[in-house]
Structures are given as structure tokens and as C-alpha cells.
Design a protein around this ligand. Structure first.
Ligand SMILES: *[C@@H]1O[C@H](CO)[C@@H](O)[C@H](O)[C@H]1NC(C)=O
Ligand SMILES: *[C@@H]1O[C@H](CO)[C@@H](O)[C@H](O)[C@H]1NC(C)=O
Ligand SMILES: *[C@@H]1O[C@H](CO)[C@@H](O)[C@H](O)[C@H]1NC(C)=O
Ligand SMILES: *[C@@H]1O[C@H](CO)[C@@H](O)[C@H](O)[C@H]1NC(C)=O
Ligand SMILES: *[C@@H]1O[C@H](CO)[C@@H](O)[C@H](O)[C@H]1NC(C)=O
Ligand SMILES: *[C@@H]1O[C@H](CO)[C@@H](O)[C@H](O)[C@H]1NC(C)=O
Length: 761
């Protein structure tokens, strides 16, 4: 078997150098069978030997030369990447890496999902005239890579939409519980990608999920209708294409890359990915690689920042050609206060809408109704039924799903649940559609209720369900779960880029599971309210579609710049302070919200933008000292050579500033102040005008001097570009010190604001 492969390979490649590689490869292949995993193989497409008629044949032959005659490609990639994915042992992967034409071989990674009043909150209802709702707006297609779609929801109603845009090349793939007629003029495409998943996890269990674009989870229906749903979505005239890449066991990068490949080839203008897999170098991150090619083709890629906050440096999806979205709250709440037997009450939130609780019931702490050391968390099987029956049970938040804790309490005979935050979540309240009367309270309330439980020999409680409350102030606040900077991959690029609504978001839901997503939840709902940066990302994807419709000639970087420089980072009104961070109760910083909270009505007319072309990102890769092969992986440039000139990451024309100072060795006391210079270029996208700058920054423990040159920029016509430099001069501060500021250009009408974050390491 192995020999036949080798022989056939020898016939294909006649170069002597190849023979040596092949023999070692065959040797490896014969000695190692097990431990196979999926690898993504990037190929130098131009290097295909003349013997092959097409790339797929070359890819297949390369694969079989290291892993046997029967080996098959999982996917061949042709649009956002050149290459393929396949099952290989680590040794086979190493052998493949040595073959000519192979740029890089990376093991597959598993990604996870980053699990209304929104249009009104964002001011879109009052300003509909700003965004053209016909013509170009209706030609914009948002591709959503997620768990698929439930097409029967009213959000996919295509009434009033014209024919599918002529340029659209997508498909409506049929499969289990999904027919080709499920698509319409709103949902214009639906595909599914399961080869990578099945290669690792075995065949999809069709009794539990559909091998088709059908969404049996809810997440994908929610995100796609948030982005472009007919009724409540951000871009109600845009079209949606669903690419199902996430299955019960996760989302695999070979499938994600294949979906990005298809979505860009199909003709999507915006890609929305509410998933992530931690941070990695761009050349080994499939989402970053796919997003680079999408950017080159004018497609904006919007990704969730992750739900790993409030820890610092907890971001996913930080490549500078990706728009990285954190989460804030809305001005809407679902109050459900806890009323204690001592007459005190504590505010809580809940989406529970069933039968209310009696006026007073015994209250018990789960940690006192269990034999298990983790019983306070209400994990399955830990509560002693005799101790909780008919009572309200206080459970601590953490480890298992919030709604599952409610199920555990109900299953043990409990009548209600108070879900109390611990230090990990602080005062952040996330409303859930609990299976039993239940409410979520903050850490301070949780501590007070636990103290009451200890003090009162016969404690009692009930929960009042008060419905929906709007106009909540302050709002937005940064959600505690929203992942935070600094950017662990490239500290000189500030991430997240901005925040958008991601707490208690209402959008369409699957018909396959109830609002909790638990198998035991028999309820079925058309809409559901859930939280996460998964929910904030499609808000920005939909707004990007609106901007794309309003300005079809803008690049993805120009669209992102408009969203960022017009975002707000303080509450409105005289003397109002910076947006708060719910995790600390203090003012949030650019590491929490980037440029701030998105403000779409300003974004449509930003005045100036910081534009970027693919070449600028190549300069950025050169500044990172990437090797030729690493650049080839990310940018598919064969033999790209960086020029013999100095490159600086700080010169990437980004709409924000992240300044990394080195802490002087020793205690640094008395070290001379250091200066870091950033170069930027502004492009006028508005009327002629003169802009003046205001710039400042402060750091605890030292004075920061910010100098902008020139301080005034005059633009005579649209499209004109003007450059400036900004220098940050600061003393050496202890490692871990931070500072923040802003660089703001204004012509009196437009405010073009950039956040500044300073770090000392
Ligand atoms: C397909 O739909 C039918 C009827 O709606 C349902 O009973 C079945 O569980 C679905 N199958 C899957 C795999 O979702
Ligand atoms: C909670 O207590 C406050 C006083 O501390 C009172 O004004 C309010 O009405 C109470 N709320 C409920 C629902 O009892
Ligand atoms: C509940 O358990 C805590 C320790 O977790 C203990 O301090 C407290 O006295 C217990 N309360 C009751 C009523 O048993
Ligand atoms: C808890 O421990 C008691 C006494 O050891 C035992 O009778 C009971 O079954 C245990 N309950 C659970 C839920 O483990
Ligand atoms: C790249 O290499 C140069 C020269 O060695 C060095 O000064 C610079 O700090 C490096 N850049 C990064 C991002 O590592
Ligand atoms: C790239 O470099 C390799 C080896 O350095 C060379 O064989 C090949 O011809 C080059 N390809 C191009 C397109 O320049």
C-alpha cells in the first residue's frame, strides 16, 4: 500500500529532491498509524508542477505521498486560503511540511460560540432616513457562520425585498429537515460544513442535530436575525446567508475555513463570526487567515471579542484586519427583586414568565442542602430533596449553566431559586428564561442574603416578577463577561475595537429547543433573550452592512474606522463620566470598550476615516518580523519579501493608539522619559473643511506628553488624504502600569476620536 503510493508519487514528481522527501515520508507513514488529527495545509498555489491539470489533484497527490493511497482531502480551499485539510498523524504532517509547494501545516483548532429594544437604543428608529433602505442597501449580503438557521421565523420574511442580487453565487443546500425551498429573498443562502467535525467526532447523531443548515441550537438563528432580521435586525433590508459550522461538539477550524472560503466566493459583503478559540499567532489562526483574504476582497469580517472577561488580556479574534466586538448592556432590564422575611429586598433580574411564587416560602442555601463540596453551585445530583422541597434555594453562580441550576433545583423539588453572583461576576446581572421562578442577584446582594440565612433561624423569601423596565440608567455599561485587552498577540494594536449591545438581547430562536437550550425544557418560543459577545458581534455586522449600503465604495477598514471614531466612551450630558464597567463599578477604559459604544447615526457621516489597503497589512506583517512562509500563510503572497526599510507596527493606520513602553531595568527610577511615535493618515469622506486636533493622555504615577504634528489639517475635496504624527512621551513606570487618553480631530461638526492606551512592560 505504502509502496504503491510512493511509486505513483515518483511518477508525478520527477525532481530528485522530491524523492528523498518521499522516502522519508513513506517510512514515517508506515510506522505510525494512530493519533491522527485534522491538519490544515497551506499550499503555494503558483508552485503547482505542470504535471497537474488542477490544484485539487496536486493537493491530493501531496497528501497521498505522505499518508497512503486511500487518503482523501476533507476540503480543498481556493478563495480565502490555498490548500486543503486532511487527517494526518503528527509525523505525516511534519513530512508534508517538507514537501515542495507546502507553505504551512497547522493542526486544526476547536472554536466555541461566544454565547428588542436594540434598534431604538441605538437611535436607528429615529434616523431611518440616514440609511438608504433600497438600492445598494438591499444588495448587501451578511454571511453568518454559526449553528445554522431556523428559516420559518418571521425575521426571515422577505416581503418587500426585490429579487436576489444578480451577483449572488450562493446556494441553499438541502439536508435533514431543510429543503432548498427554505431560502427566499431574505435568507438567500444556507450551507453546512461538517466534514472536519465528523472526521474528529464521528458521524453527526441525526437524532440530536440535523445534518443540514437547520439550526437545532438557537444561537445561529439569534445572531443572523440580530444582524439582518426583517423586523428587529440592524440591517432590515440586507440579505442573510447562513453557514453552519458549529455542531454539538464545537466548531472546527477546517469547517470554518471552508465556510469562509464559500462565503467570500458566494459574494457576501460582511461576515459575522460569533465564535473564537483564544488567541494565537495570525499565521496559525484559521479565522485570521480567512479574514485576511476576505478583507482583500472588500469583505468586512466582524467577530466577537470573547466572554472571558473581566480578566485582562482575555481576547479572541485580535487580528487588525478583523473588527473585534465587545459587549455592553442596553437600557432595558427585567427586574425580579428578592423579598426577604426580614422586610428587606434586593434587586435581581429574570425572564421567568410563568406562575409566580407565594408571598413567603422557606429559604435555604444550597451549600447547606447538599453532601457535595460543590453543592452550593447546584450542579446536577448534588441537592438533597428533603432539604429543598417546597423552598426557595440560593445557588451560587459559576461552573454550570445558570438555567441548568434552576433545573437542578426544580428536579430536587425546590419551588424557586435565587442565583447569586460571586466575585467572578460582581454586579453583572444576566436575565434568563428560567424553568422555575428564579432571579439573578449581584455579589453584594448575594452576600447579604447569605448573611440573613446565617442570622435567621427560619429564613423566608419570595421573588417579585416585575416585567420589562426600559430607560435603565446608566446604560450602556461594559458587561463583566466581555473579554478585555491588552491584546496578547500584538500589544501595539488596541483591542477590542468597540462595544455593542450584548446583554439580554431579543432575537429569533430555533424551534428545536426551548429558551434555556436544555433538553428538559419543553417550551418552544419564536424569540429568545440571550447574552454574550456572540450577540454584540452581529449588531456590528448589521451596522457594517448598513454603512456598506450607504457607502458602497468604502473599504472594510473605512467602515470600521467610521464605526470606531464616532463611538462614544462617556455618557451624554454635561459632566457625565466615562462608560462604567459593571465588573468594577468604576469607569471603564479602552481596554474594556476600545473606541467606545457604537453610534450608527454618527458613523454614517464620520467626516474623516483611517483607511487601510491590503499592502498596509503586509507592512504590518513585515513589522512583526514574520518569515516569508508565515506571510505566505496569512496573505497567500508567494515569496513576499519585506523591503530593506524599517517597519513599525505603530505605523499601521489604525483608528486607535496602543503604546507599549518598556519599563527601564532595575527600579527604573530616574530613567529618561521615552518617546514613541505613531504615524497616521486621514482620508476625507465628507465636505471640504479644516480639522483641528485635541490630544491628551494621563497615567497614574507619571506625566504623559502627547504632541501632534501638524495640529491642523485642511481638506479641499473628498477623497483627499493628509498625514500626521503623534508622539507620546512618558517616564519609565513600573511594569503593569497603564495610562489612557484620546486623540480627537474636529471641524466643529464632525468629531473623529481615537482612544489611546498606554502600557508599561
Ligand atoms: C426534524 O423535524 C421533525 C419534525 O419537525 C422532528 O420531529 C425531528 O426531530 C427533526 N429532526 C432533527 C434531526 O432535528
Ligand atoms: C424594596 O425596598 C424599598 C425600600 O428599601 C422599597 O421602597 C421598595 O418598595 C421595595 N420593593 C419591593 C418590591 O418591595
Ligand atoms: C450553612 O452552612 C454554612 C457553611 O457553609 C454554615 O456557616 C451555616 O451555619 C449553615 N447554616 C445552617 C442553617 O445550617
Ligand atoms: C447525603 O448523605 C446522607 C447521609 O450520609 C445520605 O443518606 C444521603 O443519601 C446523601 N444524599 C445525597 C443526595 O447524596
Ligand atoms: C523585529 O525585528 C527588529 C530588528 O531585530 C526589532 O527591532 C523589532 O523589535 C522586531 N519587532 C517585533 C514586533 O518583534
Ligand atoms: C519562490 O522561491 C523559491 C525558492 O526560493 C523559488 O524556487 C520559486 O521560483 C520562487 N517563486 C516565485 C514565484 O518567485
Amino acid at each position: 500500500m505504502e509502496w504503491r503510493t510512493c511509486n505513483s508519487r515518483l511518477a508525478l514528481f520527477s525532481a530528485a529532491a522530491v524523492v528523498v522527501v518521499l522516502f522519508s515520508a513513506c517510512h514515517v507513514s508506515a510506522g505510525e498509524g494512530a493519533r491522527a488529527g485534522t491538519y490544515i495545509v497551506h499550499m503555494a498555489k503558483h508552485a503547482m508542477p505542470a504535471e497537474f491539470a488542477e490544484h485539487r489533484a496536486w493537493y491530493g497527490a501531496s497528501l497521498r505521498s505522505v499518508s497512503g493511497a486511500g487518503a482523501e482531502l476533507l476540503y480543498a480551499y481556493d478563495t480565502v486560503a490555498h490548500g486543503f485539510s486532511a487527517r494526518l498523524t503528527p509525523a505525516q504532517a511534519r513530512a508534508l511540511e517538507r514537501l515542495p509547494g507546502v507553505v504551512a501545516v497547522h493542526p486544526e483548532r476547536r472554536y466555541e460560540l461566544h454565547t428588542t429594544r436594540t434598534p431604538e437604543f441605538l437611535g436607528l428608529d429615529r434616523n431611518e432616513g440616514l440609511f438608504p433602505m433600497t438600492g445598494t442597501a438591499a444588495d448587501v449580503v451578511v454571511g453568518v457562520l454559526d449553528t445554522g438557521v431556523w428559516p420559518e421565523r418571521p425575521s426571515f420574511d422577505d416581503a418587500g425585498l426585490g429579487p436576489v442580487p444578480a451577483a449572488w453565487k450562493g446556494a441553499c443546500e438541502q439536508g435533514t429537515n431543510f429543503s432548498a425551498s427554505a431560502c427566499n429573498r431574505k435568507l438567500i443562502g444556507a450551507r453546512f460544513f461538517a466534514k472536519g467535525y465528523e472526521a474528529s467526532m464521528g458521524p453527526i447523531d441525526e437524532s440530536r442535530e440535523s445534518r443540514s443548515p437547520r439550526d437545532d441550537d438557537g444561537h445561529g438563528t439569534h445572531t443572523s436575525t440580530t444582524a439582518a432580521g426583517a423586523a428587529r435586525g440592524m440591517a432590515p433590508r440586507a440579505r442573510v446567508a447562513a453557514y453552519k459550522v458549529c455542531w454539538l461538539g464545537g466548531c472546527f477550524s477546517s469547517d470554518i475555513l471552508a465556510a469562509m472560503d464559500a462565503a467570500v466566493a458566494d459574494g457576501c459583503h460582511v461576515l459575522s463570526l460569533s465564535l473564537g478559540g483564544g488567541s494565537a499567532d495570525y499565521y496559525s489562526d484559521s479565522v485570521a487567515i480567512g479574514a485576511f483574504a476576505a478583507m482583500e476582497k472588500g469583505v468586512l469580517v466582524s467577530c466577537s471579542a470573547g466572554n472571558a472577561g473581566p480578566a485582562a488580556a482575555s481576547l479572541s479574534n485580535v487580528a487588525p484586519w478583523i473588527t473585534t466586538v465587545g459587549a455592553g448592556t442596553l437600557d432595558r432590564d427585567f427586574p425580579a427583586p428578592v423579598l426577604l422575611g426580614d422586610g428587606r429586598n434586593y434587586s435581581g433580574v429574570s425572564l421567568y414568565s410563568g406562575k409566580p411564587l407565594p408571598a413567603s416560602l422557606p429559604l435555604v442555601y444550597a451549600g447547606n442542602a447538599t453532601n457535595s463540596t460543590s453543592g452550593n453551585l447546584c450542579t446536577p445530583g448534588t441537592l438533597i430533596p428533603e432539604k429543598v422541597r417546597g423552598k426557595v434555594v440560593l445557588c451560587d453562580r459559576g461552573v454550570n449553566a445558570r438555567v441548568q441550576k434552576g433545573y437542578v433545583v426544580r428536579d430536587a423539588g425546590g419551588a424557586g431559586m435565587v442565583l447569586a453572583n460571586t466575585a467572578a461576576n460582581g454586579e453583572e446581572l444576566v436575565a434568563d428564561a428560567h424553568l422555575l421562578p428564579a432571579t439573578g442577584v449581584g455579589q453584594r446582594a448575594g452576600d447579604a442574603i447569605r448573611a440573613y440565612l446565617r442570622a435567621d433561624p427560619s429564613p423566608t423569601a419570595t421573588i417579585a416578577f416585575s416585567g420589562t423596565q426600559v430607560g435603565v440608567r446608566p446604560s450602556p455599561v461594559v458587561a463583566a463577561f466581555s473579554s478585555r485587552g491588552p491584546n496578547a498577540v500584538t500589544p501595539e494594536i488596541l483591542k477590542p475595537d468597540l462595544i455593542a449591545p450584548g446583554v439580554n438581547i431579543l432575537a429569533a430562536w430555533t424551534g428545536a429547543v426551548g429558551p434555556t437550550g436544555l433538553a428538559v425544557d419543553p417550551r418552544r418560543v419564536e424569540f429568545n433573550i440571550i447574552s454574550g459577545t456572540s450577540m454584540s458581534c452581529p449588531h456590528v455586522s448589521g451596522l457594517a452592512a448598513l454603512l456598506r449600503g450607504a457607502h458602497p465604495d468604502w473599504s472594510p477598514a473605512a467602515i470600521r474606522s467610521a464605526l470606531m471614531t464616532t463611538a462614544y466612551s462617556a455618557y451624554s450630558g454635561a459632566g457625565a463620566g466615562a462608560i462604567l464597567d459593571v465588573a468594577t463599578g468604576q469607569a471603564a477604559t479602552p481596554f474594556d470598550f476600545g473606541a467606545g459604544h457604537v453610534d450608527p447615526t454618527s458613523a454614517v457621516d464620520p467626516g474623516l476615516v483611517y483607511d487601510l489597503a491590503p499592502e498596509d497589512y503586509l507592512d504590518f506583517l513585515c513589522a512583526l518580523n514574520y518569515t516569508s512562509l508565515q506571510i505566505a500563510s496569512v496573505a497567500k503572497r508567494p515569496n513576499y519579501t519585506c523591503a530593506a526599510k524599517p517597519y513599525a507596527v505603530s505605523d499601521l493606520n489604525y483608528p486607535s493608539f496602543s503604546v507599549a513602553f518598556a519599563t527601564a531595568s532595575g527600579d527604573g527610577v530616574g530613567a529618561a522619559p521615552a518617546t514613541v511615535e505613531h504615524a497616521r493618515t486621514l482620508t476625507n469622506v465628507g465636505a471640504p473643511g479644516t480639522y483641528k486636533v485635541a490630544a491628551s493622555a494621563t497615567a497614574q504615577g507619571g506625566t504623559v506628553k502627547v504632541t501632534v504634528d501638524p495640529t491642523e489639517l485642511s481638506f479641499a475635496k473628498a477623497g483627499e488624504k493628509k498625514s500626521y504624527t503623534v508622539s507620546f512621551t512618558a517616564p519609565s513606570l513600573p511594569s503593569g502600569s497603564t495610562g489612557f487618553g484620546r486623540v480627537v480631530w474636529s471641524d466643529g461638526k464632525h468629531v473623529v476620536a481615537s482612544p489611546v492606551a498606554l502600557t508599561w512592560t
